[in-house]
Structures are given as structure tokens and as C-alpha cells.
Design a binder for this molecule. Structure first.
Ligand SMILES: NC(=O)c1ccc[n+]([C@@H]2O[C@H](COP(=O)([O-])OP(=O)(O)OC[C@H]3O[C@@H](n4cnc5c(N)ncnc54)[C@H](O)[C@@H]3O)[C@@H](O)[C@H]2O)c1
Length: 257
């Protein structure tokens, strides 16, 4: 498949998990990938994986909460590859696990800063480059936590509801420029983030969390990041030309059960 031939795709949170696998997916479909993350070492590994598979990628170390660093990753995409067609606005953190009244205030601010401000800054700084290109696509990573209750993860749930809301706003504001904006809402995905939530929730037996969750998921398992990448690539492709402002749940049936 080459749905992204001659396209430039920026992926944030590209060092690990969903971001790394989706970077590989875009590159395998012909995109030049601008891989963005805080963690330089693992970011370079993502670029090596892409190049090792015959793809094209450029690493930019950036903190998505810092406006100048976000502006820089967009500028780098323009300088290195000539423009931007797609932003996968995916970097995020989970915060900690605690009842609402005991939730740590500093962690609350940090989660909102990365998961809300980081996503807003990405959309804000990329829009002019997409306008110059005559259109574009943004896919934001929200979560099932953006549409359902998340007991013990108050900041995470608030931040992901905000991502769903910002996706709707951006979809309307950017539509006249031919820019579509959608969100993905994964349930539980097999990455570092869920391993940490397992450990924080049941420190004495994290595997029990996996077992209990799998029993609640109608399809009986966590998603693999490749499955999220497939949905992201679809939404960013021309096959989804009439989809904007939508938040797609991808959860093995967890939230309908
Ligand atoms: N794993 C799940 O079960 C799950 C479910 C729903 C949604 N999500 C969302 O998917 C996205 C990716 O998560 P993941 O599961 O791949 O987790 P992960 O921890 O494996 O990857 C997150 C990446 O984001 C990067 N990052 C964090 N803060 C950053 C910052 N300030 N600037 C730049 N990069 C930063 C990290 O370095 C890391 O590489 C997140 O937005 C997460 O909330 C995950």
C-alpha cells in the first residue's frame, strides 16, 4: 500500500508504544515521517527501525508542552521534507492512580499540560503549514477515558475528554482550509502506559489487573498498538475523506458492554 506516498507525517510520542508503531506504519505506506519525542535515545531507535525497513524518517527531540519546541518540529518538517500533510498528535502521560480527593495537584497539572496543552499546541502550530499545502489531516490520540468515566484517573479522564472536545472545535475551524481533524479513543493497549497503570492499581499483583480487564473486554484481550495504527492511518488517508470531528472508539467492545 502507498496511501502516503509523497506525504509528510509528523508523529508525536514516537519513541514508544502507539507512536512508534504508527510511525512505522505511515513509513511503510510511503510517508516521510517526522518523529517527535522527549526521549532522544528511543526516538533514534524509532528512526533506525524505519530506515532499516526501507522508510524515511527524521527525529526531532521536543517537549510537546513547550510552544517554541512545537513550532520547531513543524519548521523542521517544512525544512527537511517541504511541508506537512498529517499530524498524529499522540504524546501523552497517564499520571498516577488515586481517588479524586487524594489526587496529587502537581501531577494533575502535569497531565493536563501534556495531554491537553500539548495537543492544542500541535494543532495550533501545524495549521498554517497545512493551509500552505492546501489541506491536511490531524489525528489526536484521546482514549476511552475521553468518553467514559475513569475512577482513580481523574486528571487523565479530564484530559482525554478535553482532547475529544478540542477535536470537535478544530474540525469546524479548520474545515474551510480542507483540514480534517479526528480522534482515536483506544481502550486498553499493550504498551508501557498500561503496564504502569496495572502496577499502580494492584502493586502486589499487576497481572490480576490484566486478568480482570480481559474478562471485561468482550474480545477478551488488550489491543496491540498495530491495531490502533491501522485506524489512525485510515483516518489520515483519503479513504476517510468525509470524516471529520469524529472520535473513534477502538476498545474490543469494552465500553459497550
Ligand atoms: N496504552 C493504552 O492503554 C492507551 C489507551 C488509550 C489511549 N492511550 C494514549 O495513547 C498515547 C500513546 O500512549 P502509549 O500507550 O503509546 O504510551 P507510551 O508511554 O508507551 O508512549 C508515550 C510516548 O509519549 C512521549 N511523551 C510523553 N510526554 C511527552 C512530552 N511532554 N513531549 C514529547 N513526548 C512525550 C513518551 O516519551 C513516550 O515515548 C497517549 O496519548 C495515551 O494517553 C493509551
Amino acid at each position: 500500500m502507498s496511501r502516503f506516498s509523497n506525504k509528510v507525517v509528523i508523529v508525536t510520542g514516537a519513541s514508544a508504544g502507539i507512536g512508534r508503531v504508527t510511525s512505522l506504519r505511515f513509513a511503510s505506506e510511503g510517508a516521510s515521517v517526522v518523529a517527535v519525542d522527549l526521549n532522544e535515545e528511543t526516538l533514534n531507535e524509532t528512526v533506525e527501525l524505519i530506515e532499516g525497513a526501507g522508510g524515511t524518517a527524521h527525529a526531532v527531540v521536543a517537549d510537546v508542552t513547550v510552544s517554541a519546541e512545537v513550532e520547531n518540529y513543524v519548521n523542521q518538517a517544512v525544512e527537511v521534507y517541504g511541508g506537512v500533510d498529517v499530524l498524529f498528535n499522540n504524546a501523552g502521560i497517564e499520571g498516577h492512580v488515586a481517588p479524586l480527593e487524594a489526587y496529587d495537584e502537581e501531577i494533575f497539572d502535569k497531565v493536563l499540560n501534556v495531554n491537553v496543552k500539548g495537543v492544542w499546541l500541535g494543532m495550533r502550530h501545524v495549521v498554517d503549514a497545512m493551509r500552505l499545502r492546501g489541506g491536511g489531516n490531524i489525528v489526536n490520540t484521546a482514549s476511552g477515558a475521553g468518553v467514559m468515566a475513569t475512577p482513580t484517573l481523574v486528571a487523565y479522564g479530564a484530559s482525554k475528554h478535553a482532547v475529544v472536545g478540542m477535536t470537535k472545535t478544530a474540525a469546524i475551524e479548520f474545515a474551510p482550509a480542507g483540514i480534517r481533524v479526528n480522534a482515536v479513543c483506544p481502550g486498553v493497549v499493550n504498551t508501557r502506559m498500561i503496564r504502569n497503570i496495572e502496577k499502580m492499581t494492584i502493586p502486589e499483583d499487576p497481572e490480576e489487573y490484566t486478568k480482570m480487564t480481559n474478562e471485561r473486554v468482550p474480545l477478551g484481550r488488550y489491543a496491540e498498538p498495530e491495531e490502533i495504527a491501522g485506524l489512525v492511518a485510515y483516518l489520515a488517508s483519503d479513504e476517510a475523506a468525509y470524516i471529520t470531528g469524529a472520535s473513534y472508539i477502538i476498545d474490543g467492545g469494552l465500553f459497550v458492554s
